[in-house]
Design a protein around this ligand. Structure first.
Ligand SMILES: [Mg+2]
Length: 423
């Protein structure tokens, strides 16, 4: 539902969240309804109390502040009254949201907490980078062959400093930059991946490193033909995890499509993979992963989102089922297996499965990403993929302060967040 005029002041920072707590059928104006109406400044006597009402609360949240409007509808979608709550700075909104919830009786439902959405959007990208940085030191190492990772450490195949991240984060930053600057344009996305590959842009240390064979071949093709729709390899053997590892900007920006335009969300996720990873497994993985991340960002319960019969997951398979190998993961393979069957492999199916295994029953962000990176092998990417999930679930505030403070080049990550959130 669109509301004209909501958020004009903050439109460029838009993350609109609309929810509609339901007024119980008003057979009579009882004490509860009276207190609600008083708190909201409504005069129910003016309305037909035999009707059901519902209240839409539209919140536009941005960097400069928040704007909150409420519209009272009857069930024929006729606007009975619209009243603006006005603008508020984030702390003020936090109080407002709290009182709202107690007024309308939605006290503990995370979905209705708009402050949390912003936290989870940020957590999705920061979580990716933290997981990447934690795994970087043990990349390519066999599970059990190294001292378990508990914190950032120096070393690894690229000789990084503690807290430095790799290609996973670099490609996500390039994607975010493209989305922020030009909207949705696959050729531009591919050009920015080339800027990273050839010039070290978006890299933590100014050099391109850790680039996979699949990505390099695709970007070589793009350099020659200039067509990102035809640069990614479509062969099943080219099913690396390189497009799920960088996916975060897509659900961060488009999580608001989840309930009303989930097919569009799925389409964008698929397209984001195509410049470098166009195999059926990779496309299915991105389609599934974007919807899961969007569900978590919107505050849906983890178990609900990961259930194979969660309605948005069912809906996106309407036009086309997932690739069978991805369908097996979606149906819950990650709940049944344990290492060594669970592998931190570079193959997209195993990588997605491993990240979900680490995440699905973890107690917090830390437990999830440490489980993921300690699988070794493609540890930074398993960490990044799991970090996206755990960051979307527990938010930036769920990532321990030490890891946020010691993450390298937070300025670059912050810039990407502003870019994708302010579009
Ligand atoms: Mg990497």
């Amino acid at each position: 539902m669109q509301f004209d005029g909501i958020g004009p002041k903050y439109a460029r920072n838009i993350m609109m969240d609309v929810y509609h707590p339901e007024f119980r059928e008003c057979i009579a104006i009882d004490a509860r309804i009276e207190s609600i109406s008083k708190a909201l400044g409504l005069e129910f006597a003016n309305y037909n109390v035999h009707e059901k009402f519902y209240l839409e609360v539209a919140t536009v949240a941005g960097l400069e502040g928040w704007e909150v409007d409420r519209i009272l509808f009857n069930y024929r979608d006729e606007v009975l009254r619209r009243f603006s709550v006005g603008q508020a700075s984030p702390p003020a909104l936090s109080q407002l949201a709290k009182s709202d919830r107690s007024i309308i009786g939605h006290n503990e439902d995370k979905r209705h907490d708009v402050m949390k959405i912003s936290d989870r959007q940020r957590g999705t990208l920061i979580g990716l980078a933290v997981g990447d940085a934690l795994g970087a030191a043990v990349e390519f190492m066999a599970p059990g062959s190294f001292e378990p990772v508990t914190d950032y450490r120096a070393g690894g195949p690229h000789g990084l400093e503690p807290g430095e991240w790799t290609d996973d984060t670099s490609m996500a930053l390039a994607l975010a930059d493209s989305m922020g600057e030009v909207g949705w344009d696959l050729d531009d996305q591919a050009r920015r991946y080339c800027d990273w590959w050839q010039e070290g842009k978006y890299s933590v240390n100014g050099h391109c490193f850790d680039i996979g064979i699949t990505v390099q071949s695709a970007l070589s093709r793009f350099s020659q033909n200039g067509d990102a729709h035809a640069s990614g390899d479509t062969a099943e053997r080219s099913s690396g995890n390189g497009s799920i590892m960088r996916l975060a900007p897509v659900p961060i920006r488009y999580a608001n499509l989840l309930h009303k335009e989930v097919d569009e969300l799925a389409r964008l996720a698929i397209e984001s993979s195509i410049p470098t990873h166009a195999s059926p497994q990779c496309l299915s993985a991105c389609r599934y992963f974007a919807v899961v991340l969007s569900g978590l960002i919107n505050g849906h319960d983890r178990d609900a989102v990961l259930a194979s019969d969660w309605p948005p997951i069912v809906e996106i398979q309407g036009p086309e089922p997932f690739h069978p190998a991805i369908a097996e993961v979606v149906s819950g393979s990650f709940r049944q297996k344990q290492p060594p069957e669970i592998q931190g492999s570079g193959y997209v199916v195993r990588s997605l499965e491993a990240a979900l295994w680490a995440f699905h029953d973890a107690g917090d962000f830390e437990e999830a990403v440490l489980r993921a990176v300690n699988l070794g092998d493609d540890a930074d990417t398993t960490g990044a993929v799991c970090g996206e999930l755990a960051g979307a679930c527990w938010g930036e505030s769920g990532i321990k302060e030490k890891w946020r403070n010691e993450l390298a080049r937070m300025d670059m990550i912050e810039k990407a967040l502003q870019s994708v959130l302010n579009q």
